[in-house]
Design a protein around this ligand. Sequence first.
Ligand SMILES: Cc1cc2nc3c(=O)[nH]c(=O)nc-3n(C[C@H](O)[C@H](O)[C@H](O)COP(=O)(O)O)c2cc1C
Length: 257
Amino acid sequence: MTPQKEGASMVQRQFPKPSELMEFMQFKKPSLDFTGNRLEKALTIYDLRKIAKRRTPAAAFDYTDGAAEGEFSMNRARQAFEDIEFHPGVLTDVSTVDTTTEVLGGTSAMPFGIAPTGFTRLMQTEGEIAGSGAAGAAGIPFCLSTLGTTSIEDVRKVNPDGRLWFQLYVMREREISYGLVERAAKAGFDTLFFTVDTPVAGARLRDKRNGFSIPPQLSLKTVANAIPRPWWWYDFLTTPSWNSPRSPQPAVPWASC
Ligand SMILES: Cc1cc2nc3c(=O)[nH]c(=O)nc-3n(C[C@H](O)[C@H](O)[C@H](O)COP(=O)(O)O)c2cc1C
């Protein structure tokens, strides 16, 4: 036996054995569920945002992603969330955890719900149907916006037993507002959110720069932006118009207080 030279490797080498190699080969069966494949790779909300940006025309993406003026308050809100720290409680029995809580006179399986968003189907064609159905399945409340893009009744249809809330922008034509509240009550929505902070619309600069409008207008710029995103246009053109179920062509919402 030759003595080991100082500093030389002690690792023993062998020829790779095919049987051992096979153990490491884990080829996933290819799936034709492209949406599922994409979503499986999205591990955080930021991953989802990246996918949305790639697949949605700039004006629709920016309406959802942007905020007013320099977007300072949105960035502060985001920072406030990031500043939250959980204090770990170790050596505690967590074999059964119940996150159920009471909110606004009813229960919710988790201490949050889905906030109202205008023109939800602008971002994804299933919009409120997906949101309301998911909220129902998760046992959390879903809030429908006055400027939503699915009818009050259809939102209830996909979530027959869950808690639904209705967010109200008071229109100049008061009768429209009263009508919406009555329909929501009849459909079993249990809470009314009365929004009072929009006597005038915010200066959403991204929307201005994009020439954002409802319904979307085709200009040279929007066509150029749409070409790599054909599925969005396919969804838009092959599903019912956003304005059909509820009246507003968005009259500027206002509050008289
Ligand atoms: C794209 C978008 C649309 C919104 N539309 C409405 C709306 O129609 N009515 C409303 O009261 N709030 C609306 N909001 C405000 C949200 O309901 C929510 O209050 C706000 O986003 C703050 O919550 P967050 O920090 O979880 O985003 C909208 C927010 C976004 C991002």
